[in-house]
Design a protein around this ligand. Structure first.
Ligand code: PRP
Ligand code: URA
Length: 208
């Protein structure tokens, strides 16, 4: 499945601020939240709507609505948390699951430390959230864990993706579509995205 890259002048503008190492925590968080909202709109382009009749102040009319109970947002901790408020702005009644993973600094392999989902997760479409798709190890692991719990429809929303991460997700989970705001050039020898924005978790939480 082909990845979707949001290409809009304002998205490029916001990304430029995110990438700048002088940008502080407050602005960084605000922009990640805003981009997460845009990504959510795009990821739900294929959402099913059902018609219902309502009264406007003027007359009766037929409107189209999405069933929010069919969705769950799942951030990959830590950095994915920064996207939750943005997607909840768009769909406030979706349920939230959490997957805790961190990359081992030597091997770059994901280490699992937390997994908690809504009871009916298998019945919901999952929008998996993480600002960075680097080697793809974390995303592939998170998707595998979700599928083991019976989830059949998953979309992965990230801010910046590396070509290596996109290939990894496509190879292991060809049914999962990736939505991002930029595809960068490559990974460096330490597994960081180039040019990227540095360590997303550290910039969001002010660690290091
Ligand atoms: C970052 C990022 C992703 C992962 C991406 O998390 O938020 O989860 O790295 O890298 P990958 O595609 O090579 O797996 P990190 O491991 O730094 O943990 P943190 O969010 O707790 O800081
Ligand atoms: N995780 C990050 O936070 N940044 C990168 O560039 C790669 C992985």
């Amino acid at each position: 499945m082909q990845e979707i890259v949001l290409t809009l002048p304002l998205v490029d503008h916001k990304l430029a601020i995110l990438r700048n190492k002088e940008t502080g925590t407050k602005e960084f968080r605000e922009i990640v939240k805003e981009l997460a909202s845009f990504l959510c709109y795009e990821a739900l382009r294929d959402a099913k709507t059902s018609e219902m009749e309502i009264d406007t102040p003027i007359c009766k009319t037929t409107v189209k609505m999405i069933d929010e109970n069919k969705y769950a947002f799942v951030p990959i901790l830590r950095a994915g948390i920064s996207m939750v408020d943005g997607v909840l702005n768009v769909m406030p009644n979706a349920k939230i699951g959490h997957i805790g993973l961190y990359r081992d600094e030597e091997t770059l392999n994901p280490v699992e430390y937390y997994f908690r989902m809504p009871k009916d997760i298998a019945l919901r479409e999952v929008l998996l959230l993480d600002p960075m798709l680097a080697t793809g190890g974390s995303a592939v692991n998170a998707i595998t864990q979700l599928k083991k719990r019976g989830v059949t429809k998953i979309k992965f929303l990230c801010i910046i993706a590396a070509p290596e991460g996109i290939e990894n997700v496509k190879r292991n989970h060809p049914d999962v579509q990736i939505f991002c705001t930029a595809v960068d050039e490559k990974l460096n020898e330490k597994g960081y995205i180039v040019p990227g924005l540095g360590d997303a978790g550290d910039r969001i939480f002010g660690t290091r």
